[in-house]
Design a protein around this ligand. Structure first.
Ligand code: C2O
Ligand code: CU
Length: 477
């Protein structure tokens, strides 16, 4: 598929490549179309709640809670990560981006860890437009738990500009009364659905029954809402009250507009919505989490100004997806079974007390498995044999089955897959995803063309499950 040329002047001139609350970190462009960004990972003390007695120790990119980076599909991106942590290495994984393996940001597997004081430059051309995010890939439970993540918006899929474009990034924080954060990993949480945070936020702003982040949007307008679940643990059921909303993309990949009733988002999953706002000034539209028995608010849109008169017609479909279509008739079926670990265990005694080369990436215990295999406690530095070896260019059906009592959002790096069917939900639309949520006992069939060579991580995105064994490698060769 040819990639249309884009001009980058508007973005570059206004240094808007990083949007949100603050624009920063954007250096002058190297070439005309290159977006060049400096990404500083550092600790910072900041209050998440105004009435906190003491600030919390956060880990953030560019001193910003969930910064938003905007780039254009097909244009070169150059991001220089600078690690300013005192004593932990880190990397940046570009979740959902089908980019070369060496840029995938998994320490030891795709690159050496970026040690404190070091830098690493990621270079890629995003092949897909849509809503993505980025985060570290080792000791994720704490690095992400303290806030280290950002939203990545790849532009270039809208047939006509939306009247407003807003991202809503959900995240909980394990905030204690004294302002400290944690614990990020508990045995009880890791065995069950994860350790839930006490403070719910959207775009870093607290969400309670009484209060929710509120955004002004034009009346009678098409508003693009990009909803991202960036929590380590929480499952969301996204709904919209007070307006018609259509799903237009899942995990960054377009689908034919479909009226939204409810869409489950496990950790790492995203959904793009087109919301047709009411014509009447002052009306409100609520985005809610329908997972709970009483829907919880996530955000409110407040309608302002005269109606733009978009009417009632369905919004136009987004351009794409720009993916190879798997050939199901030729596809080989690979079975993947998600379960508890065959032998849940403590770290082997010979490792327990050692100042290990990669103690950061060590699993504290193994509790979870894929095809009976657990990610080894020796950590990323000693990767296990691949769970599967896929032939480059061939179509595959992954037959995913969750035989455990917990839900698992399963993510494959370097590829997106087409979710074909679910044993639990016959009405599930066929859609593209990079992470798919398997309820207890559920079986899903997903298809892909294994077109991106390399060793790709394949894991549950409930971070405590990932870090206690539910992770493996899928090799494309
Ligand atoms: Cu967001 Cu290995 O993933
Ligand atoms: Cu899981």
């Amino acid at each position: 598929m040819p990639i249309a040329p884009f001009t980058r002047r508007a973005l570059l001139n206004s240094a808007l490549a990083f949007g949100g609350l603050a624009a920063f970190g954007v250096r002058p462009a190297v070439g005309e179309r290159t977006t060049s960004v400096r990404l500083v990972a550092a600790e910072i003390r900041r209050k998440l709640l105004a009435n906190q007695p003491r600030p919390s120790l956060l880990r953030l990119y560019n001193d910003t809670v969930l910064p938003v980076l905007r780039v254009r599909r097909g244009d070169p991106v150059e991001v220089t990560l600078e690690n300013r942590f005192k004593d932990e290495h880190t990397t940046v994984h570009w979740h959902g981006l089908r980019i070369p393996n060496a840029m995938d940001g998994v320490p030891y597997i795709t690159q050496p860890p970026v040690e404190p004081g070091e830098r690493f430059t990621y270079r890629f051309e995003p092949p897909d437009a849509g809503t993505f995010f980025f985060h570290p890939h080792c000791h994720t439970v704490e690095q992400l738990g303290r806030g280290l993540a950002g939203v990545l918006i790849v532009e270039g899929d809208a047939p006509r500009p939306f009247d407003a474009d807003l991202s809503l990034a959900y995240k909980d924080w394990c905030l204690n009364d004294d302002g400290t954060l944690g614990p990020f990993l508990t045995l009880r949480g890791a065995i069950h659905a994860g350790t839930f945070g006490s403070l719910k936020t959207v775009n870093g702003k607290p969400v309670t029954d009484m209060h929710r982040p509120t955004y002004e949007v034009p009346a009678g307008a098409d508003v693009r809402l990009r909803v991202l679940n960036l929590d380590n643990t929480r499952l969301l059921g996204v709904g919209v009250r007070g307006a018609t909303a259509w799903m237009i993309a899942t995990d960054g990949m377009p689908l034919a507009p479909r009226e939204l009733k409810n869409w489950y988002l496990g950790p790492a999953m995203r959904v793009d919505l087109a919301v047709r706002t009411p014509d009447k000034e002052g009306a409100v539209v609520d985005v809610v989490n329908q997972w709970a028995s009483t829907p919880l608010p996530l955000a409110r849109l407040k309608v302002v100004g005269p109606s733009l008169g978009r009417g009632t017609a369905e919004p136009p479909a987004l351009a794409g997806p720009f993916l190879p279509e798997p050939v199901l008739a030729d596809a080989q079926v690979v079975r993947m079974v998600f379960s508890t670990a065959p032998r849940p265990s403590e770290p082997p005694p010979e490792l327990a007390g050692l100042p290990f080369a990669d103690s950061l990436c060590l699993a504290p215990k193994t509790l979870w498995a894929i095809n009976g295999q657990t990610w080894p406690q020796e950590g990323h530095a000693h990767p296990p044999a691949p769970l599967a070896v896929l032939k480059r260019g061939r179509s595959y059906v992954l037959d995913l089955e969750n035989i455990s009592k917990q839900s698992h959002p399963i993510h494959l790096h370097g590829h997106s897959f087409k979710v074909l069917s679910s044993s639990a939900d016959p009405d599930l639309p066929v859609h593209w995803a990079d992470t798919t949520l398997l309820a207890p006992g559920e079986r899903r069939r997903v298809a892909l063309v294994a077109d991106n060579p390399g060793d790709w991580m394949f894991h549950c995105h409930i971070i405590e499950h990932q870090e206690t064994g539910m992770m493996g490698i899928v090799r494309v060769a």
